[in-house]
Design a protein around this ligand. Structure first.
Ligand SMILES: Cc1ncc(COP(=O)(O)O)c(C=O)c1O
Length: 382
């Protein structure tokens, strides 16, 4: 049987990882500033994480949500403590798309309304409603098309206010990434997030903060939306939550009431997933990773802004976008092939840095040196 060929891949076989370093089958070492797409939050094969999963696997890996799973309550408690959202409620699932799907559905159950506001260049996942709220027609199948989703321009307070003024009674939810990832590392203005909060309150709409990529400590605060000083009603999360173990979830404001059967999943919240989730939060807390992400991120952003050839540096903490001119389109490939550094990308020409939250300054310097070498050997016509 052949694989269904949907991924354009690098011909590299990664067989081992330690912290922010990974190794291929030939023994070549790579610096991982991509984190397998923002997933590796506490570094590869963190010893505490490995031990917790191993111990759990020897006890029990899975049982369904038809029985008590105390690990779920432990995870909810720890997440409440580390995030500061102690009065919120946790629903566990398996991926980012599933988290957003549940968030959008729950909002509609809550207020009985149908319309969703999403934003240009947003990415919320590939399941039916999540993909309908994603601004990329290429990945929306005809069956996913709906007129329930309205796309507005990014950071446009006037457009948002106008839509609420004319259709506020129909708006069920507003879904927004605190920093757009796939869209190219675009930071939501604090005043924009504050405006969403106010309008949602005025019109009984649900504010959904998609934190799948930008959350879980990546920006130096637990949720990047926290910089605005307002709380969303639902936060979706996934990538960094399990450090590679598939786990996702939404945390839900106490004003939204659950009822039996409203949401559900077979695998969500299983014993192994909870053990992974707990191990991640324990390491985040113990090793002060929010602080490290904030500090090393700020250092990288400051240094990157010194390069004249770079068009723009965007982001916060360890979620960084480096926008390059067309002449420097080769930089990402050179970083990988010549300097053995993994980075992410956003079309057309943004290098995305999404490393583990415990990236060291020494590793940040290794990247900056390679970046300097490449730029010194490139010509840019101003
Ligand atoms: C902001 C955001 N939301 C949702 C998703 C979907 O997550 P998953 O691929 O786990 O379904 C992604 C994935 O890249 C994302 O970046």
């Amino acid at each position: 049987m052949k694989l269904f060929d949907v991924y354009p891949i690098n011909p590299i076989n990664i067989v081992k990882g330690v912290g922010s370093l990974v190794y291929d089958d030939k023994g070549t070492e790579y610096l991982d500033l991509y984190g397998g797409h923002a997933v590796i939050s506490i570094g590869h094969t963190n010893p505490h994480y490995v031990k917790r999963l191993e111990d759990q696997l020897h006890r029990i890996g899975f049982y369904s949500n038809s029985v008590e799973i105390p690990l779920q309550k432990q995870l909810a408690e720890k997440l409440g403590h580390v995030s500061g959202y102690e009065d919120y409620q946790l629903f566990l699932c398996n991926s980012g798309a599933e988290a957003n799907e549940n968030a959008l559905k729950l909002a509609s159950f809550h207020n009985g309304k149908k319309k969703i506001i999403a934003f240009r260049k947003s990415f919320h996942g590939r399941t039916s409603l999540a993909v309908a709220a994603t601004d990329n027609p290429k990945i929306v199948a005809p069956v996913n098309e709906t007129d329930n989703v309205i796309f507005l321009p990014w950071n446009d307070e006037a457009a948002l206010g106008q839509l609420f003024a004319t259709s506020g009674n129909e708006i069920s939810s507003v879904i927004i990434e605190g920093i757009q990832g796939v869209g190219g590392i675009n930071v939501a203005n604090e005043s924009f997030l504050q405006k969403i909060r106010t309008l949602c309150d005025q019109h009984n709409a649900v504010f959904i903060a998609d934190s799948v990529q930008c959350g879980y400590g990546r920006t130096g605060k637990f949720f990047s939306h926290d910089y605005a000083g307002v709380k969303a009603d639902i936060y979706s999360m996934a990538k960094g939550m399990g450090n590679g173990f598939p786990i996702g979830g939404i945390i839900i404001s106490p004003k939204i009431q659950p009822s039996y059967g409203m949401l559900g999943t077979t695998f969500g919240g299983n014993h192994l997933a909870c053990a992974a989730g707990l191990a991640v939060l324990e390491v985040i807390e113990q090793d002060n990773l929010l602080q490290n992400a904030g500090e090393v991120g700020e250092y990288l952003i400051t240094e990157l802004k010194k390069f004249d050839q770079v068009k723009e540096v965007r982001g916060r903490g360890l979620m960084i976008g480096i926008e390059l001119p067309e002449e420097l389109a080769h930089v990402r490939k050179e970083l990988l092939n010549k300097h053995h550094i993994f980075t992410g990308e956003a079309k057309p020409n943004v290098v995305r840095l999404l490393p583990a939250l415990n990236l060291t300054k020494a590793h940040a310097d290794r990247f900056l040196e390679a970046f300097t070498t490449i730029l010194n050997h490139s010509t840019v016509t101003q």
